[in-house]
Design a protein around this ligand. Structure first.
Ligand code: THU
Length: 131
């Protein structure tokens, strides 16, 4: 399985494709699915600000559009502008959706370039699910 360091590297590379002229806050994400496949994405902004797409949802959308049906095992998130670039609330809900009952790992880079691991059930406790 791909290492956390390698996954973060893919997130970093994806952040270089960011379209973020309004915030100047590039973000990249790399999502590892149960199949072993990795999908990356960057944030894409719009002059109508509310239409902005986050890097995490871009990466997950690409996975789903590529017929990925397994669990989301882990997702690395990176911004050159901020250590520990935590996922926003909307992205936490998306991560929870595609974790499919697995406690997906969120891989973040610290100030000193070491890695921190969080779990979606901790970042989004008591999340909404349709039963
Ligand atoms: N952003 C992400 O890509 N992911 C997040 O989880 C939080 C925020 C982006 C959206 C926007 O383009 C920029 O960061 C500043 O909010």
């Amino acid at each position: 399985m791909i290492s956390n360091e390698e996954l973060l590297k893919i997130a970093k590379e994806a952040s270089e494709n960011s379209y973020s002229p309004y915030s100047n806050f590039p973000v990249g994400a790399a999502a590892l699915f149960e199949s072993g496949n990795v999908y990356s994405g960057c944030n894409i902004e719009n002059s109508s600000y509310g239409l902005t797409l986050c890097a995490e949802r871009n990466a997950i959308s690409t996975a789903i559009a590529s017929k990925e049906t397994g669990k989301l095992i882990k997702i690395a998130i990176y911004s050159p502008k901020s250590a520990k670039c935590f996922p926003c609330g909307a992205c936490r809900q998306w991560i929870q959706e595609f974790s499919k009952g697995y406690n997906s790992e969120i891989i973040l880079e610290n100030d000193d370039a070491s890695i921190s691991i969080y779990y979606i059930n901790d970042l989004l406790p008591n999340s909404f699910v349709l039963k």
